[in-house]
Ligand binder design. Structure first.
Ligand SMILES: Cc1cc2nc3c(=O)[nH]c(=O)nc-3n(C[C@H](O)[C@H](O)[C@H](O)COP(=O)(O)O)c2cc1C
Length: 310
């Protein structure tokens, strides 16, 4: 008898061998991590957010460490979709792990053009749409904070692609379930959350912001409780699978998200602290299942008990 637990999960039409994925922007284009991680053991890889044209991102300083986390204002620096296809994809397509391309645009039309381009790439398993970036036509307000704007992006991308569509939600909203429901209604197969929480840091000697961009996105263990709460809320509000993201550093962190209802998790900032952390998380999840006599990970998803009988 095979005593290894079955770690496979379904995220909106794609079966992953296990629930441990890497979060966009924290794992480069995967090759950077090949000496630390057996890339073929990962559940899925999400590459750095891509735009139509290459982007230099924001001016430095654009990263600062904070208590239990970091603030980044990278500004979505990336090589652009065509260079990605020419230079990064040949390595990625040799892997057996599903590759997801994360995209962002400043207009709905840019999202549509990117989605069409990615749809044509056989080696890409699915698309993750980052709706946390500024909508230039709406004066820089992020698409992801307005249900109508989010709905327009998701609906437009949905019409362009038949590949699985993951929509990545911003936490910088009052009610994340409103955006989640709209994304689902417009055809998202899966929701991933959360992106970074807007924050800032001040240099008191210079009395200036530490980041050239003034504000940045907070990530790492500091945001985990907020992310977990939002994942739990969204899992109760929608039918589609949810991927939990935010401060996941250990197997226990990942298990919290899964018990709250997430079908998979993405590991972000923790990769910077320990580039092999995804492998540790994977082993820890498997050990937990064995120790608790759980043969299939899917039995653990959403198993949170919220009754008063504690
Ligand atoms: C340096 C850095 C770059 C990031 N770049 C992207 C990106 O290009 N696209 C995206 O959707 N999210 C991006 N993120 C957000 C992460 O994918 C993730 O949602 C967030 O950091 C929360 O997870 P964590 O606490 O595990 O890092 C970035 C985060 C960091 C720290």
């Amino acid at each position: 008898m095979n005593s290894q637990p079955d770690l496979s999960v379904d995220i909106g039409g794609i079966r992953l061998r296990n629930p441990v994925m890497t979060a966009s922007g924290t794992f480069g284009y995967a090759r950077e991590f090949e000496t630390y991680v057996n890339l073929n053991r990962l559940g899925g890889i999400i590459v750095k957010g891509l735009s139509l044209a290459p982007s230099m991102g924001n001016r430095p300083p654009r990263i600062v460490e904070t208590a239990c986390g970091m603030l980044n204002a990278i500004g979505l620096e990336n090589v652009g979709i065509e260079t990605f296809i020419a230079e990064k994809l040949p390595f990625l397509q040799k892997l057996s792990t599903p590759i997801f391309v994360n995209i962002y645009g400043k207009t709905v039309e840019e999202y549509a053009a990117l989605a069409e381009r990615v749809e044509a790439i056989d080696a890409v398993a699915g698309i993750e749409v980052n709706i946390s970036c500024p909508n230039v036509k709406a004066g820089g307000v992020a698409f992801g904070v307005d249900p109508d704007a989010a709905g327009r992006v998701v609906g437009t991308v949905r019409k362009k692609i038949s590949k699985p569509l993951i929509v990545k939600l911003s936490p910088n909203v009052t009610d994340i379930t409103a955006i989640a429901r709209r994304a689902e209604a417009e055809g998202a197969d899966t929701l991933s959350l959360i992106n970074t929480i807007t924050g800032m840091a001040i240099d008191v000697v210079r009395r200036r912001p530490v980041l050239a961009n003034i504000t940045g996105g907070l990530s790492g263990p500091a945001i985990k409780p907020v992310a977990l709460r939002m994942v739990w809320q969204v899992c109760r509000a929608v039918e589609v699978p949810v991927i939990g993201i935010g401060g996941i550093t250990t197997a226990r962190d990942a298990l919290e998200f899964i018990i709250a209802g997430a079908s998979a998790v993405q590991v972000g900032t923790a990769n910077f602290v320990n580039p092999g952390v995804t492998m540790d998380i994977l082993t820890g999840i498997s050990d937990y299942l064995e120790e608790n006599g759980i043969t299939r990970l899917t039995d653990l998803i959403g198993s949170l008990e919220v009754g008063l009988d504690r």
